[in-house]
Design a protein around this ligand. Structure first.
Ligand code: FMN
Length: 364
Protein backbone atom coordinates (compact mmCIF):
# COMPACT_ATOMS: atom_id res chain seq x y z
CA UNK A 1 0.00 0.00 0.00
CA UNK A 2 1.28 3.51 -0.74
CA UNK A 3 1.99 5.72 2.19
CA UNK A 4 0.81 9.22 2.96
CA UNK A 5 3.40 10.59 5.34
CA UNK A 6 3.83 13.88 7.15
CA UNK A 7 7.02 15.32 8.70
CA UNK A 8 6.12 14.00 12.16
CA UNK A 9 6.19 10.43 10.76
CA UNK A 10 9.87 10.88 9.90
CA UNK A 11 10.58 12.59 13.22
CA UNK A 12 9.10 9.69 15.16
CA UNK A 13 10.10 6.89 12.78
CA UNK A 14 6.55 5.65 12.14
CA UNK A 15 4.94 4.51 8.89
CA UNK A 16 1.56 6.25 9.09
CA UNK A 17 0.28 9.54 10.56
CA UNK A 18 -2.01 7.65 12.93
CA UNK A 19 -1.73 8.16 16.68
CA UNK A 20 -3.62 5.76 18.91
CA UNK A 21 -4.49 6.51 22.52
CA UNK A 22 -5.27 3.53 24.75
CA UNK A 23 -5.08 2.48 28.38
CA UNK A 24 -4.50 -1.12 27.26
CA UNK A 25 -0.89 -2.30 26.72
CA UNK A 26 -1.97 -4.96 24.17
CA UNK A 27 -3.53 -2.24 21.99
CA UNK A 28 -0.43 -0.06 22.32
CA UNK A 29 1.88 -2.86 21.19
CA UNK A 30 -0.38 -3.73 18.24
CA UNK A 31 -0.64 -0.11 17.03
CA UNK A 32 3.15 0.22 17.07
CA UNK A 33 3.57 -3.08 15.21
CA UNK A 34 1.09 -1.89 12.58
CA UNK A 35 3.11 1.29 11.89
CA UNK A 36 1.22 3.87 13.98
CA UNK A 37 2.31 5.81 17.05
CA UNK A 38 0.68 4.43 20.20
CA UNK A 39 0.18 6.46 23.33
CA UNK A 40 -0.30 4.51 26.55
CA UNK A 41 -2.70 6.19 28.98
CA UNK A 42 -1.40 5.74 32.52
CA UNK A 43 -3.74 8.21 34.20
CA UNK A 44 -5.77 5.28 35.56
CA UNK A 45 -2.76 3.49 37.09
CA UNK A 46 -1.31 3.71 40.57
CA UNK A 47 2.26 5.11 40.56
CA UNK A 48 3.71 1.96 42.13
CA UNK A 49 2.34 -0.14 39.26
CA UNK A 50 3.66 2.08 36.46
CA UNK A 51 7.31 0.85 36.37
CA UNK A 52 6.26 -2.79 35.84
CA UNK A 53 3.68 -1.86 33.17
CA UNK A 54 6.21 0.29 31.32
CA UNK A 55 9.00 -2.31 31.50
CA UNK A 56 6.73 -4.98 30.03
CA UNK A 57 5.39 -2.72 27.26
CA UNK A 58 8.92 -1.66 26.30
CA UNK A 59 10.07 -5.30 26.24
CA UNK A 60 7.24 -6.15 23.85
CA UNK A 61 7.76 -3.04 21.71
CA UNK A 62 11.39 -4.04 21.23
CA UNK A 63 12.53 -0.53 20.33
CA UNK A 64 9.40 0.67 18.48
CA UNK A 65 8.56 4.25 19.51
CA UNK A 66 5.63 5.00 21.78
CA UNK A 67 4.30 7.71 24.04
CA UNK A 68 2.76 7.91 27.51
CA UNK A 69 -0.20 10.08 28.51
CA UNK A 70 -1.11 11.41 31.94
CA UNK A 71 -4.18 13.36 32.94
CA UNK A 72 -3.11 16.20 35.23
CA UNK A 73 -5.98 18.54 36.09
CA UNK A 74 -5.42 21.39 38.53
CA UNK A 75 -7.72 22.05 41.48
CA UNK A 76 -7.23 18.64 43.08
CA UNK A 77 -6.27 18.39 46.77
CA UNK A 78 -2.56 18.28 47.66
CA UNK A 79 -2.97 14.86 49.30
CA UNK A 80 -5.87 12.46 49.10
CA UNK A 81 -6.66 10.19 51.98
CA UNK A 82 -9.57 8.12 50.73
CA UNK A 83 -11.11 7.69 54.17
CA UNK A 84 -11.08 11.46 54.75
CA UNK A 85 -12.49 12.17 51.29
CA UNK A 86 -15.27 9.63 51.81
CA UNK A 87 -16.06 11.26 55.16
CA UNK A 88 -16.36 14.65 53.42
CA UNK A 89 -18.88 13.46 50.76
CA UNK A 90 -22.24 15.29 50.97
CA UNK A 91 -24.90 13.12 52.63
CA UNK A 92 -27.41 13.76 49.81
CA UNK A 93 -24.97 12.34 47.24
CA UNK A 94 -24.11 9.32 49.35
CA UNK A 95 -27.83 8.57 49.82
CA UNK A 96 -28.50 8.99 46.07
CA UNK A 97 -25.75 6.55 45.09
CA UNK A 98 -26.89 4.12 47.80
CA UNK A 99 -30.40 4.19 46.34
CA UNK A 100 -29.00 3.50 42.85
CA UNK A 101 -26.85 0.64 44.17
CA UNK A 102 -29.99 -0.86 45.68
CA UNK A 103 -32.37 -0.32 42.78
CA UNK A 104 -29.87 -1.55 40.16
CA UNK A 105 -28.63 -4.41 42.39
CA UNK A 106 -24.98 -3.36 42.01
CA UNK A 107 -22.60 -5.86 43.60
CA UNK A 108 -19.40 -4.61 45.18
CA UNK A 109 -16.25 -5.17 43.09
CA UNK A 110 -14.35 -8.28 44.21
CA UNK A 111 -10.88 -6.78 43.81
CA UNK A 112 -9.30 -3.36 44.29
CA UNK A 113 -8.67 -1.13 41.27
CA UNK A 114 -7.52 2.42 40.59
CA UNK A 115 -11.13 3.53 40.91
CA UNK A 116 -11.54 2.09 44.39
CA UNK A 117 -8.07 2.65 45.83
CA UNK A 118 -6.86 5.99 44.45
CA UNK A 119 -8.12 9.55 44.32
CA UNK A 120 -6.58 12.18 42.08
CA UNK A 121 -4.35 14.55 44.08
CA UNK A 122 -1.13 16.51 43.56
CA UNK A 123 0.76 13.79 45.44
CA UNK A 124 -0.59 11.09 43.12
CA UNK A 125 0.29 13.17 40.04
CA UNK A 126 3.84 13.83 41.29
CA UNK A 127 4.41 10.11 41.79
CA UNK A 128 2.92 9.27 38.37
CA UNK A 129 5.10 11.94 36.73
CA UNK A 130 8.27 10.54 38.34
CA UNK A 131 7.46 7.03 37.16
CA UNK A 132 6.70 8.20 33.62
CA UNK A 133 9.78 10.42 33.24
CA UNK A 134 11.91 7.39 34.05
CA UNK A 135 10.47 5.45 31.09
CA UNK A 136 11.99 5.23 27.61
CA UNK A 137 8.82 6.68 26.07
CA UNK A 138 9.66 8.88 23.08
CA UNK A 139 6.82 11.28 23.93
CA UNK A 140 4.93 12.48 26.98
CA UNK A 141 1.39 13.72 26.45
CA UNK A 142 -0.79 15.48 28.97
CA UNK A 143 -4.49 16.24 29.00
CA UNK A 144 -6.68 18.70 30.91
CA UNK A 145 -3.79 20.20 32.89
CA UNK A 146 -0.38 21.59 31.94
CA UNK A 147 2.67 21.30 34.19
CA UNK A 148 5.62 23.48 33.24
CA UNK A 149 8.10 21.46 35.34
CA UNK A 150 7.07 18.21 33.63
CA UNK A 151 7.33 19.77 30.16
CA UNK A 152 10.81 21.17 30.86
CA UNK A 153 12.06 17.94 32.41
CA UNK A 154 10.64 15.79 29.59
CA UNK A 155 12.33 18.03 27.01
CA UNK A 156 15.62 17.86 28.97
CA UNK A 157 15.37 14.07 28.67
CA UNK A 158 14.87 14.46 24.91
CA UNK A 159 11.23 13.46 24.94
CA UNK A 160 8.68 15.05 22.65
CA UNK A 161 6.02 16.90 24.63
CA UNK A 162 2.42 16.72 23.48
CA UNK A 163 -0.58 18.55 24.85
CA UNK A 164 -4.26 17.85 24.20
CA UNK A 165 -6.04 21.18 23.80
CA UNK A 166 -9.70 22.02 23.40
CA UNK A 167 -9.49 25.78 22.81
CA UNK A 168 -7.22 28.46 21.36
CA UNK A 169 -6.61 29.80 24.88
CA UNK A 170 -5.44 26.39 26.04
CA UNK A 171 -3.22 26.03 22.95
CA UNK A 172 -1.56 29.40 23.61
CA UNK A 173 -0.85 28.39 27.19
CA UNK A 174 0.70 25.09 26.07
CA UNK A 175 2.87 26.88 23.50
CA UNK A 176 4.03 29.40 26.10
CA UNK A 177 5.28 26.47 28.17
CA UNK A 178 7.24 25.10 25.22
CA UNK A 179 5.04 22.14 24.23
CA UNK A 180 6.26 20.56 20.96
CA UNK A 181 3.03 19.08 19.51
CA UNK A 182 -0.60 20.12 19.96
CA UNK A 183 -3.53 17.73 19.70
CA UNK A 184 -6.64 19.70 18.73
CA UNK A 185 -9.20 17.61 20.56
CA UNK A 186 -12.75 18.57 19.68
CA UNK A 187 -16.08 18.25 21.44
CA UNK A 188 -16.76 15.11 19.40
CA UNK A 189 -14.02 13.21 21.27
CA UNK A 190 -14.40 10.46 23.81
CA UNK A 191 -13.21 11.54 27.26
CA UNK A 192 -12.84 15.03 28.72
CA UNK A 193 -13.59 17.67 26.11
CA UNK A 194 -14.11 21.37 25.56
CA UNK A 195 -17.06 22.84 23.68
CA UNK A 196 -15.78 23.26 20.11
CA UNK A 197 -16.12 20.51 17.49
CA UNK A 198 -13.00 19.08 15.84
CA UNK A 199 -13.84 20.53 12.40
CA UNK A 200 -13.94 24.08 13.77
CA UNK A 201 -11.20 23.67 16.36
CA UNK A 202 -8.48 22.25 14.11
CA UNK A 203 -7.96 25.28 11.81
CA UNK A 204 -7.99 27.63 14.80
CA UNK A 205 -5.30 25.62 16.59
CA UNK A 206 -3.18 25.36 13.41
CA UNK A 207 -3.45 29.14 13.01
CA UNK A 208 -1.87 29.79 16.43
CA UNK A 209 0.54 26.81 16.52
CA UNK A 210 3.58 28.83 15.38
CA UNK A 211 4.41 26.13 12.83
CA UNK A 212 4.49 23.36 15.43
CA UNK A 213 2.83 20.07 14.43
CA UNK A 214 -0.88 19.78 15.19
CA UNK A 215 -2.79 16.49 15.32
CA UNK A 216 -6.56 16.24 15.04
CA UNK A 217 -8.61 14.30 17.61
CA UNK A 218 -12.28 13.70 18.24
CA UNK A 219 -14.89 11.95 16.16
CA UNK A 220 -12.36 10.40 13.77
CA UNK A 221 -13.05 6.81 12.71
CA UNK A 222 -12.16 6.68 8.99
CA UNK A 223 -9.09 7.14 6.83
CA UNK A 224 -10.94 9.71 4.72
CA UNK A 225 -11.39 11.84 7.84
CA UNK A 226 -7.65 11.52 8.55
CA UNK A 227 -6.84 12.62 5.00
CA UNK A 228 -9.29 15.52 5.41
CA UNK A 229 -7.50 16.64 8.57
CA UNK A 230 -4.13 16.41 6.81
CA UNK A 231 -5.61 18.48 3.98
CA UNK A 232 -6.54 21.08 6.59
CA UNK A 233 -2.94 21.21 7.80
CA UNK A 234 -2.80 18.58 10.54
CA UNK A 235 0.21 16.26 10.64
CA UNK A 236 -1.92 13.30 11.63
CA UNK A 237 -4.91 12.11 13.61
CA UNK A 238 -5.19 10.90 17.22
CA UNK A 239 -7.87 8.25 17.79
CA UNK A 240 -9.19 6.76 21.02
CA UNK A 241 -12.66 5.25 20.79
CA UNK A 242 -12.08 3.07 17.73
CA UNK A 243 -9.57 0.77 19.45
CA UNK A 244 -12.24 -0.42 21.91
CA UNK A 245 -13.52 -2.59 19.03
CA UNK A 246 -10.20 -4.44 18.87
CA UNK A 247 -9.79 -7.83 20.53
CA UNK A 248 -6.53 -6.53 22.01
CA UNK A 249 -8.57 -4.10 24.15
CA UNK A 250 -10.33 -6.94 26.03
CA UNK A 251 -13.49 -4.81 26.08
CA UNK A 252 -16.16 -6.42 28.28
CA UNK A 253 -18.71 -8.13 26.03
CA UNK A 254 -21.66 -5.95 27.09
CA UNK A 255 -19.68 -2.78 26.54
CA UNK A 256 -18.59 -3.95 23.10
CA UNK A 257 -22.20 -4.76 22.23
CA UNK A 258 -23.27 -1.32 23.46
CA UNK A 259 -20.58 0.38 21.35
CA UNK A 260 -21.55 -1.65 18.26
CA UNK A 261 -25.21 -0.73 18.75
CA UNK A 262 -24.50 2.94 19.45
CA UNK A 263 -24.73 5.85 17.04
CA UNK A 264 -22.92 9.15 17.58
CA UNK A 265 -26.07 10.50 19.30
CA UNK A 266 -25.74 7.80 21.98
CA UNK A 267 -22.63 9.48 23.34
CA UNK A 268 -23.26 12.35 25.74
CA UNK A 269 -21.26 14.80 27.80
CA UNK A 270 -21.69 13.90 31.45
CA UNK A 271 -19.99 14.88 34.71
CA UNK A 272 -21.15 11.61 36.31
CA UNK A 273 -17.91 9.76 35.52
CA UNK A 274 -15.13 11.98 36.85
CA UNK A 275 -16.74 15.23 37.95
CA UNK A 276 -15.50 17.03 34.81
CA UNK A 277 -17.38 17.14 31.47
CA UNK A 278 -16.56 13.86 29.77
CA UNK A 279 -18.07 12.31 26.61
CA UNK A 280 -19.26 8.79 27.39
CA UNK A 281 -21.54 6.26 25.78
CA UNK A 282 -24.93 6.37 27.55
CA UNK A 283 -26.15 3.63 29.86
CA UNK A 284 -28.80 3.48 32.59
CA UNK A 285 -26.11 4.59 35.08
CA UNK A 286 -25.28 7.71 33.06
CA UNK A 287 -28.98 8.40 32.45
CA UNK A 288 -29.72 8.09 36.19
CA UNK A 289 -27.43 11.07 36.81
CA UNK A 290 -29.26 13.11 34.16
CA UNK A 291 -32.68 12.54 35.78
CA UNK A 292 -34.47 15.52 37.36
CA UNK A 293 -34.22 13.98 40.83
CA UNK A 294 -30.46 13.44 40.61
CA UNK A 295 -28.09 15.80 42.42
CA UNK A 296 -25.43 17.59 40.38
CA UNK A 297 -22.34 15.37 40.18
CA UNK A 298 -19.54 16.39 42.54
CA UNK A 299 -16.27 17.85 41.28
CA UNK A 300 -13.02 15.96 40.69
CA UNK A 301 -11.85 13.93 42.61
CA UNK A 302 -14.98 13.60 44.78
CA UNK A 303 -17.28 12.14 42.10
CA UNK A 304 -14.86 9.28 41.61
CA UNK A 305 -14.55 8.75 45.37
CA UNK A 306 -18.35 8.57 45.46
CA UNK A 307 -18.84 6.26 42.46
CA UNK A 308 -15.49 4.61 41.66
CA UNK A 309 -16.60 1.27 43.11
CA UNK A 310 -19.65 1.32 40.82
CA UNK A 311 -17.51 1.91 37.70
CA UNK A 312 -15.20 -0.92 38.78
CA UNK A 313 -18.13 -3.22 39.55
CA UNK A 314 -20.08 -2.72 36.34
CA UNK A 315 -16.92 -3.45 34.33
CA UNK A 316 -15.90 -6.44 36.43
CA UNK A 317 -19.40 -7.95 36.29
CA UNK A 318 -19.96 -6.83 32.68
CA UNK A 319 -23.30 -5.30 33.67
CA UNK A 320 -25.23 -5.01 30.39
CA UNK A 321 -27.63 -2.38 31.71
CA UNK A 322 -25.18 -0.02 33.40
CA UNK A 323 -21.84 -0.46 31.69
CA UNK A 324 -20.41 2.65 30.02
CA UNK A 325 -17.01 4.07 29.09
CA UNK A 326 -15.60 7.24 27.65
CA UNK A 327 -16.51 7.18 23.95
CA UNK A 328 -16.59 9.73 21.15
CA UNK A 329 -18.98 10.46 18.32
CA UNK A 330 -16.52 8.29 16.38
CA UNK A 331 -18.41 5.34 17.87
CA UNK A 332 -20.15 5.16 14.48
CA UNK A 333 -16.95 3.45 13.28
CA UNK A 334 -17.43 0.49 15.63
CA UNK A 335 -19.45 -2.09 13.74
CA UNK A 336 -18.06 -5.39 14.94
CA UNK A 337 -15.24 -6.93 16.94
CA UNK A 338 -11.98 -6.67 14.99
CA UNK A 339 -8.25 -6.38 15.65
CA UNK A 340 -5.80 -3.48 15.57
CA UNK A 341 -3.92 -4.73 12.48
CA UNK A 342 -7.18 -4.84 10.48
CA UNK A 343 -8.24 -1.42 11.80
CA UNK A 344 -4.90 0.12 10.79
CA UNK A 345 -5.04 -1.55 7.38
CA UNK A 346 -8.57 -0.23 6.80
CA UNK A 347 -7.66 3.32 7.91
CA UNK A 348 -4.62 3.43 5.62
CA UNK A 349 -6.52 1.92 2.69
CA UNK A 350 -9.35 4.41 3.16
CA UNK A 351 -6.88 7.30 3.43
CA UNK A 352 -5.35 6.25 0.09
CA UNK A 353 -8.78 5.90 -1.57
CA UNK A 354 -9.71 9.39 -0.39
CA UNK A 355 -6.46 10.75 -1.82
CA UNK A 356 -7.16 9.05 -5.18
CA UNK A 357 -10.67 10.54 -5.16
CA UNK A 358 -9.37 14.04 -4.46
CA UNK A 359 -6.70 13.75 -7.15
CA UNK A 360 -9.24 12.56 -9.71
CA UNK A 361 -11.16 15.80 -9.13
CA UNK A 362 -8.16 18.02 -9.86
CA UNK A 363 -7.62 19.31 -13.41
CA UNK A 364 -3.80 19.40 -12.96
C1 FMN B 1 -11.90 5.06 26.90
C2 FMN B 1 -11.18 6.37 26.73
C3 FMN B 1 -10.35 6.83 27.74
C4 FMN B 1 -9.65 8.02 27.57
N1 FMN B 1 -8.79 8.43 28.55
C5 FMN B 1 -7.96 9.47 28.31
C6 FMN B 1 -6.92 9.80 29.22
O1 FMN B 1 -6.76 9.18 30.28
N2 FMN B 1 -6.08 10.81 28.89
C7 FMN B 1 -6.21 11.50 27.70
O2 FMN B 1 -5.40 12.38 27.40
N3 FMN B 1 -7.21 11.24 26.84
C8 FMN B 1 -8.07 10.23 27.11
N4 FMN B 1 -9.04 9.93 26.21
C9 FMN B 1 -9.22 10.78 25.01
C10 FMN B 1 -8.28 10.35 23.86
O3 FMN B 1 -6.95 10.69 24.16
C11 FMN B 1 -8.65 11.01 22.53
O4 FMN B 1 -8.43 12.40 22.60
C12 FMN B 1 -10.07 10.79 22.10
O5 FMN B 1 -10.41 9.44 22.29
C13 FMN B 1 -10.23 11.17 20.62
O6 FMN B 1 -11.56 11.13 20.21
P1 FMN B 1 -12.27 9.77 19.73
O7 FMN B 1 -12.57 9.05 20.97
O8 FMN B 1 -13.49 10.23 19.01
O9 FMN B 1 -11.30 9.04 18.85
C14 FMN B 1 -9.80 8.76 26.37
C15 FMN B 1 -10.66 8.31 25.37
C16 FMN B 1 -11.35 7.12 25.53
C17 FMN B 1 -12.27 6.67 24.43
Amino acid sequence: MSRIRTPICDGLGIDYPIFGFSHEPDVVVAIAQAGGFPVLGLGRDAPEQIPAIVTEVERRLDGLPYGIDLMLPSNVPPQADLADLREALPKEHVAFVESLRESFGIKPPSKPSFFTSQARSEALFEAQIDAVLNSNARAIATAIGLRSALIQEAKRRDKLTISLVGSVKHARKALSMGVDVLVAQGYDAGGHTGSVGTMSLLPQIIAVAEGKPVLAAGGIATGAQILGCIGMGAEGAWLGTLWMAARENHTPKSLLNRLIASASEDTVISRAHSGKPCRVVRSDWIDAWAADAAPDPLGMPFQQVLTGDVFASIHEHDDARLIYEAAGQSVFGIEDETCVADQMHKLVHDMNSAWTRVRSLSDD
